[in-house]
Design a protein around this ligand. Structure first.
Ligand SMILES: [Zn+2]
Length: 149
């Protein structure tokens, strides 16, 4: 069966803007602050983020109030809390995208001050939970497995 025009239009649109993503309720219960962003899966933004890091895609990228997740990214607290920190940066730092790019050009991705801050925020948010769970560190797994912008 051939797809009709509406199906084709939706497929093209989805390739650009991805699909709305609802986070698992258990994750929201554990980290209620994740409610303060919107989430989408797929679409162009994770791919564009990847171009800047020499990868096919990034696991996640924050654009204003929305976190765009790669189609195959695991929804780990580390990734989501990291991207939430970038959403906060969008809200609190004027000219954030320009400053972010400038930092990346000057210091590179890993030493970009906004990346350092986002990693630190995610680690702090996870810290309280980890202590109660016995100190399992899943941050290293995520950083090894996938980069996020
Ligand atoms: Zn980042």
């Amino acid at each position: 069966m051939l797809p009709n025009a509406t199906t084709v239009r939706w497929s093209i649109l989805r390739a650009f803007i991805g699909e709305r993503c609802v986070l698992p309720e258990a994750l929201i219960r554990e980290f209620p602050e994740l409610r303060s962003a919107r989430y989408r899966r797929g679409g162009l933004p994770p791919r564009i983020g990847g171009w800047f890091l020499g990868a096919r895609s990034v696991a996640g990228i924050a654009l204003r109030h929305t976190v765009w997740l790669d189609q195959n990214a695991d929804l780990t607290p580390d990734l989501l809390l990291h991207e939430l920190a970038h959403v906060r940066q969008w809200r609190s730092v004027s000219w954030f995208p320009i400053r972010y790019i400038w930092e990346s050009l000057r210091r590179g991705y890993d030493r970009n001050r906004y990346e350092v801050a986002a990693r630190s925020e995610a680690r702090m948010a996870l810290g309280g939970v980890k202590k109660s769970l016995g100190g399992h560190d899943d941050r290293r797994l995520t950083e090894r497995g996938a980069r996020h912008a």
